[in-house]
Design a protein around this ligand. Structure first.
Ligand SMILES: [Zn+2]
Length: 390
């Protein structure tokens, strides 16, 4: 049986902080976690993984990611997914929602069908824990770079078909709640256990609040592809900032959102309602050049992704960097900032009974961080999926 003990400089569970903590792993799960005088073990049974110089935190969870290493989630092949999952592992991400973009019905159906199958078979590296459909039910006015010819009015029929083809693996869908038919759509999605995020939206404050009351629980890349805030018409952004319940995704790469806006978000939402996402595309961990995002060609210069018309088209961000940026811009200590990459996303997508925390019975999805927050090693379900050997 796969059994070992990790001795860490510190464990951030993140509800508690355990100096010189011990974690016992058995098979895929955490057996025990605590201070050395409470967690007793025989070295014969639990060989030691030494991490006395590293901080142990739960594996990062990304609810919005499109690709990496030159590969795109829309490809949906095992080869593409394992390249992406391998790159995520290098940056501490152990679980993610494979995120589609607005595309032709055929391309979308093919992607979700392939991804649903792969999830059932299992893949190496970071684990796909569900699908996030970004579109096609978004606003033409706030589509960003999503291709206009494939944008649709909210359709329960199309959604039900996608859900079925994905083998019921869709966990989250981004839609513009001001578009006709949205409220029925939200109700239907919620009744099937799918969470709804508002985004790529020109909704007024009132429209956004109506959507929240109808069951919308998330906001997609807050600030980006949203109607601007105005003090007389606060818009969807005002609703995201003012509502206490909505989970707010943020792309903390320093390009999509100014650090000042990130601080405003933190002041409004608090540390327990923000989700550090990457919105990363295939260009992540690759040299500058031309890359694909769904059917789009994206030019990447100094790691910034734009279409020829100039709009941003995803990012090359990784969650370790998002965490570092967040801490640098807000002054939050690791112990607090880490919620935004671990327990918050786990709660937001309903997997917090087994992921997002270092506790007995939870999946042994763990990250060992150096003092400078570089990733030293990443474990998924008790297996080392990345180790920095430098
Ligand atoms: Zn996206």
């Amino acid at each position: 049986m796969n059994r070992f003990a990790i001795l860490a400089k510190k464990i951030v569970t993140p509800e508690t902080i355990i100096p010189q903590g011990v974690v016992l792993v058995e098979d895929k799960r955490i057996l025990e976690a605590g201070p050395p005088d409470r967690v007793r073990f025989e070295e014969r049974e639990f060989p030691i993984l030494h991490a006395e110089r590293q901080t142990l935190v739960p594996g990062f969870i990304d609810v919005h990611i499109h690709g990496g290493g030159g590969r795109d989630i829309m490809e949906g092949t095992r080869e593409a997914i394992e390249v992406i999952s391998g790159i995520l592992a290098k940056h501490g991400t152990t679980a993610y929602l494979a995120t589609t973009v607005t595309a032709s019905p055929i391309a979308t159906i093919q992607a979700v069908e392939r991804l649903g199958k792969l999830m059932e078979e299992g893949t190496e590296g970071a684990q796909i824990v569900g699908l996030h459909l970004e579109g096609p039910f978004i606003s033409e006015k706030k589509r960003g770079v999503h291709p206009p010819e494939h944008i649709r009015k909210p359709s329960t029929r199309i959604f039900d078909e996608l859900l079925k083809m994905s083998n019921h693996q869709v966990k989250l869908i981004t839609l513009a709640p001001e578009i006709e038919g949205s409220l029925e759509f939200i109700e239907n999605a919620r009744s099937k256990g799918v969470l709804v995020s508002m985004g790529h939206s020109n909704a007024t404050f009132e429209e956004a609040m109506r959507a929240i009351n109808a069951g919308v629980s998330h906001a997609t890349h807050t600030f980006n592809a949203m109607r601007d805030f105005n003090h007389r018409e606060p818009g969807i952004l005002g609703a995201v900032l003012a509502d206490q319940g909505v989970w707010a995704e943020i792309i903390a790469d320093g390009v999509h959102v100014d650090p000042v806006a990130v601080n405003i978000l933190l002041k409004c939402k608090g540390v327990k309602k923000i989700l550090l996402i990457t919105d990363a595309i295939s260009a992540t961990e690759m040299p500058d050049g031309q890359y694909q995002l769904g059917s789009l060609t994206v030019q990447v210069t100094k790691g910034v992704c734009r279409v020829p018309e100039g709009q941003l088209a995803g990012s090359t961000l990784t969650q370790d960097r998002a965490l570092q940026n967040m801490m640098r811009w807000t002054g939050l200590p690791l112990e607090e900032a880490v919620y935004m990459a671990t327990q918050n996303p786990a709660q937001a997508v309903g997997i917090d009974k087994h992921k997002g925390s270092v506790q007995p019975g939870y999946d042994a999805d763990l990250v060992l961080l150096e003092d400078d927050l570089r990733v030293h090693a990443t474990l998924r379900e008790g297996q080392i999926i990345y180790q920095n050997t430098k």
